[in-house]
Design a protein around this ligand. Sequence first.
Ligand code: P6P
Length: 336
Amino acid sequence: MKRKTLTQYLVEQQRAEQALEPEVRLLIEVVSRACKTISHAVSKGALGGVLGSLESENVQGEVQKKLDVMSNEVLLEANEWGGHLAAMASEEMETIHLIPNRYPKGEFLLLFDPLDGSSNIDVNVSIGTIFSVLRAPSEVSGREVTEQDFLQKGTTQVCAGYAVYGPQTMLILTIGRGVVGFTLDREMGSWILTHDNMTIPEDTKEFAINMSNMRHWAPPMRRYIDECLAGKTGPRGKDFNMRWIASMVADVHRLLVRGGVFMYPWDAREPGKPGKLRLMYEANPMSMLVEQAGGAATDGHQRILDIQPTALHQRVGVVLGSKNEVERVTKYHHEG
Ligand code: P6P
C-alpha cells in the first residue's frame, strides 16, 4: 500500500472530528520544509563549508557553530512571511523575533532550538531541530508581541516536534493526538509516514545520562544510578545498559523508538541553575512528545509541562521517558 506523506496526514487531520487548524497545518509544513533545507546543509558537512565555529557566542554563552546560525536563519526566513505567526523565539537569539511589518501577523508563536547537539556537528554525530508552537494571546492583534506572551506552560502547546539529522532524516510530530514519525525521501523531497503510532514502553533497561557529572549530582539521582549500576544482584534485580549521545534529539529519539529514560538533572557545578537544558524550546516540546507517546517527563520533582515559565531562556532539570523509571527517579527526589 502507498505510504502517506506529511501533507496527506495533515489533510486527514484537518478533516478529523477535532479539525487541525489550517494555520497550524501551514506552520508544520513550513517548518518541515525548513528542516529539509537544514538536513541538506548538514549532510554536506565539510563539502558545504558549514563545519566549524564562529567567533560569536549565543545568549547561552556557547560558541556558535556556523550551522547553528545558518539553521536559525533558515527557520526565521521560512516562517516570517506566511501570516501564521505573531513572533518567534530561538535558543540562538536573546530576544524574540517579531514578524516584519511588510508581512501579515498570525496567531501563533514558534519557538525552536534550530540545531540541538551542535557540539556533534564536526564529529558527524546525529543532531536535530526542536520546535514548539504556542497560541499567542488574542490581544496581540492590537499590540506588539512581548516576551511575556511566550511564557506559557508546556500544557498549552498546540503542537511540538523535532527533526533528527542522522542516518535517516526524520520528522517526529505531535498535534496532541499521539506521536507520528516521517522519514525524508530525499529523491522525492517528501516526508513519508513510517511510524504511525510511536509509543514508549513503561519499563526499560536503558538509561541516558552524562556519567562524568556523577560527583555533582544530588543524592536521589546518585541513588537511582547506583541502583541501575548494581544490576541483577542489586535492588533493581536487572542489568541496565547506558547510552549518551550528547544530542538530546538523538537520545530522545532512541527512547521514543525502543524505550529508555533520559536525564539531565540539576548538578552542583552551577548550583543556582536548575539544570542545563532549556524549558521553552527543549524540555517542553520533548515532554509533550514523550507524554503523547505514553511516557512521563518531570524536572525530578514536578511534571515539566506544568511549570510556569518566568524567562524565555530559563533552564530546567529533565527526567523523561519510560513512565515507571521516571516515576521512580521522581519518587527518590521526593524522598530526599
Ligand atoms: P553535555 C547539546 O548541547 C545539549 O543541549 C543537549 O542536546 C544534550 O543532551 C546536552 O546538551 C549534552 O550536554 O553536558 O553532556 O555535553
